[in-house]
Design a protein around this ligand. Structure first.
Ligand code: FES
Ligand code: FE2
Length: 354
């Protein structure tokens, strides 16, 4: 397949929002591996198992729960939360090889993260944080859209916001976004890319004019923080022109909005686009909440349509096509380098303790 970014396996990925995981079995595919997710009855801990019964590979996500155990919907093989099979029909002896993989799981900031690679390397302390997603005082709208594209195309898309002017005009894009140069900072070791664009006198796009009530021109600051491979944060600051943060760092007259994306490769040419918009202003205003939810959903669908189209287009190009990059691509190119390094490091044989 053309233009496919390899998967970094030894990394945490968001498989679901916390609210999606419950007592109904949820099937997702992460890095090409089918996964079934649920919560235990005993203490609500999320569980992630391989979504294929060892017997005839029936999807466990299409099966049922008996307490904390999954009973395969085809012939009844029964699995506990560790993936071990504890019952097979018609015989006492359960074959020793009857087990499905159990993936390390962590629930952090209302996101359910899974680790598909070597379980011995999974350390939940390394999960990048997005505390605004469930901190008190913040209100969040969220959703998930699958896209039929290489996940690298979504990384490119999010690291360059100059496309807002063209693809999202009338929603979040104004001429100043594309016109204002960016600054980029890369921390190769930490695997992070920061891209900033500070517009000090810009048109206020409808997305912010209608939600904040500011009329007139604005200072609009966009500070992206990408934690490769999965978590993308956009710190957005909007204020009337000339209103700066106080010397002590407080910023009472500005509107701060946190835009979060989780980029989870599902399979080759398939990606889950988890999105969220969080705010700590007008938190009691249900109309603002609904406006930001539907407005951001519209914007996300513009990206989804564009990336579906782009992937189909790349699928028809001749081999060896040389793409052209400019300044706005600095962040995206840095992200590609980091992803390539994570893939390479994850593929190195791991020293095992015997
Ligand atoms: S396929 Fe699951 S029990 Fe037969
Ligand atoms: Fe976009």
């Amino acid at each position: 397949m053309p233009h496919m970014t390899a998967f970094a396996r030894n990394q945490w990925y968001v498989a679901a929002f916390a609210h999606e995981v419950g007592r109904d079995l949820l099937g997702r595919t992460v890095l090409g591996e089918p996964v079934v997710l649920y919560r235990t009855e005993t203490d609500g801990t999320p569980v992630a198992l391989a979504d294929r019964c060892v017997h005839r590979r029936y999807p466990l996500s299409a099966s049922g729960l008996d307490g904390d155990r999954i009973v395969c919907g085809y012939h009844g093989f029964t699995y506990d939360t560790t993936g071990a099979c504890v019952y097979v029909p018609g015989q006492r002896r359960v074959p020793r090889t009857a087990r499905v993989a159990a993936y390390p799981v962590a629930e952090v900031d209302s996101l359910v993260w899974v680790w598909i690679g070597d379980p011995a390397l999974a350390d939940p302390a390394t999960i990048p944080r997005a505390p605004h997603l469930d901190a008190p005082g913040w209100v969040t709208v969220r959703g998930m859209e699958p896209i039929a594209c290489d996940y690298g195309l979504l990384v490119d898309n999010l690291l360059d916001l100059s496309h807002e002017t063209y693809l999202h005009g009338g929603h979040i894009g104004t001429p100043e976004v594309a016109e204002t140069p960016i600054t980029t900072e890369v921390d190769e070791g930490a695997g992070t890319v920061r891209v900033s664009r500070h517009m000090d006198d810009a048109e206020c796009p409808p997305f912010y004019a209608r939600s904040t009530g500011i009329d007139g021109r604005i200072m609009r600051w966009q500070d992206i923080e990408y934690h490769a491979p999965c978590l993308y944060l956009l710190h957005s600051r909007v204020a009337p022109v000339g209103v700066l943060p106080e010397p002590d760092g407080s910023d009472p007259d500005a509107f701060h909005t946190e835009i979060t994306y989780c980029i989870t490769p599902s399979a080759d040419g398939e990606v889950y686009d988890f999105w969220a918009v969080s705010r700590d202003w007008a938190t009691g205003d249900a109309e603002v909440t609904e406006f930001l939810r539907s407005g951001n959903h519209t914007v996300v669908m513009q990206d989804v349509d564009a990336l579906n189209l782009l992937q189909r287009t790349l699928g028809t190009e001749r081999a060896g096509y040389q793409e052209l990059s400019i300044n706005i691509d600095t962040g995206g190119l840095a992200a590609r380098r980091i992803l390539a390094r994570l893939v390479e490091e994850g593929d190195k044989p791991v020293e095992r303790v015997r």
